[in-house]
Design a protein around this ligand. Structure first.
Ligand code: NAD
Ligand code: GLY
Length: 370
């Protein structure tokens, strides 16, 4: 299949289950994109009400030679539906169709569909195979890679879930053409994240190509997705279950998750919350003497050019910083009630630290939206 000879391939090397991330336009329509999937009787494409009408038919056609029956399930669209109730719809579909242990789940959509489908695959009959077919930039550069799956809880983002790796990830770059600009910007937040935590040369490249990326330039997007996946694969390859290093991928997420939960899931996009969260985390790094003011300014400028928010929304009129702190205590990096943050330096290294409450409060107030 021609798409395959030209597809970029990033391997994610894990002890039990290494797999490839394929990156190219047109993968969705190419049966060879799914060569890593064992032939099995049944497949279930899990998608949502927005992505399904655009791409499910084409994916089903590509899978017809691999599976005798290809079922489809459309979930409601939105972060607010990343819940037990929606997850149960996947189990309902599987059980009512008598899906067995050989059934392969295909997650067709953004991070919400991918996280929920992966979690359903981890749980159904104690584990069935699944494949990620990410269709947002955010999902292609982050959420489809590395096996974090799960749902939200009203008290905390992504708090219920499992580590469960896909058989393969097929990033069809052509699907990004239908992505709304706001969603593309949200994905750019996770691309930009890889600079301060791992590769400032890549950060410089993004600074030079941000306009091309926002214009959906095919070459620029291909490079951004590939480099992001390489960085993520290297981190996950060393620390699949986040015993330590993997936490650096959560740069900006401690504040960001508080923003998402505090405003109500879906009010801000995940990438938008991460963008404002990265500015807060960079400011905190500066406050604690790890990063320079110029790094914080470069980051802030790039996020603005990417079309992303850089100020911390007000979560409480009474005690704004207190509300942030309360929400951040349920972060997965917290230990014995102590909140820990991913902090960065100017050289593109990240470390995880606790921080004095006064410093965190000062940063939240300094970055507060007017
Ligand atoms: P999303 O899944 O909500 O998708 C964004 C929107 O774009 C949705 O309305 C969706 O229907 C639409 N869409 C998707 N593909 C499209 C296309 N090609 N054309 C037109 N519309 C399209 O959001 P997201 O930003 O992809 O993912 C965010 C989620 O990912 C959050 O729940 C976050 O917690 C999770 N996440 C998980 C990880 C992980 O490691 N598992 C990492 C980062 C984020
Ligand atoms: N998105 C953070 C991680 O995969 O660890």
């Amino acid at each position: 299949m021609t798409v395959h000879t030209s597809a970029a391939r990033v391997n994610i090397a894990l002890a039990d289950c290494s797999y490839d991330i394929l990156i190219a336009p047109g993968l969705l329509d190419a049966p060879a994109s799914f060569d890593a999937v064992p032939l099995g009787a049944s497949a279930l494409i899990v998608t949502n009400a927005t992505v399904g009408p655009l791409y499910a038919e084409r994916l089903a056609a590509a899978l017809a030679s691999r599976h005798a029956r290809v079922l489809r399930l459309e979930l409601p669209d939105g972060e607010q539906f990343k819940t037990w109730e929606t997850l149960n719809k996947i189990f309902d579909a599987l059980l009512s169709q008598q899906a067995d242990r050989g059934t392969v789940l295909y997650a067709l959509g953004g991070g919400v569909v991918g996280d929920m489908t992966g979690f359903a695959a981890a749980c159904y009959m104690r584990g069935v195979p699944f494949v990620q077919v990410p269709t947002t930039l955010l999902a292609q550069v982050d959420s489809s890679v590395g096996g974090k799956t799960g749902i939200n809880h009203p008290l905390g983002k992504n708090m219920i879930g499992a580590f469960y790796q896909p058989l393969t990830v097929a990033c069809d770059l052509a699907t990004l053409k239908t992505l709304p600009p706001r969603q593309l910007s949200a994905g750019l937040a996770e691309v930009i994240k890889y600079g301060p935590i791992a590769d400032m040369a890549f950060f410089g490249w993004i600074e030079q190509h941000i306009d091309a990326l926002r214009a959906c330039d095919a070459h620029a997007l291909a490079h951004a997705v590939r480099r992001s996946c390489e960085i993520k694969a290297a981190v996950v390859g060393q620390d699949e279950r986040e015993a330590g290093l993997r936490a650096i991928l959560n740069f900006g997420h401690t504040f960001g998750h508080a923003i998402e939960a505090g405003l109500g899931y879906g009010a801000w996009l995940h990438g938008e919350a991460v963008a404002a969260g990265m500015v807060l985390a960079a400011e905190l790094s500066r406050e604690l003497g790890l990063a320079s003011a110029s790094l914080v300014e470069r980051l802030r400028d790039l996020l603005i050019r990417a079309g992303l928010p850089v100020q911390a929304p007000v979560l409480s009129a009474q005690d704004n910083a207190g509300r942030y702190l309360e929400l951040m205590r349920v972060d997965k990096k917290a230990r014995q009630g102590e909140i820990r943050f991913v902090l960065v330096d100017d050289a593109g290294h990240a470390t995880v630290h606790a921080a004095p409450g006064a410093a965190v409060r000062a940063v939240i107030e300094r970055c507060r939206a007017q």
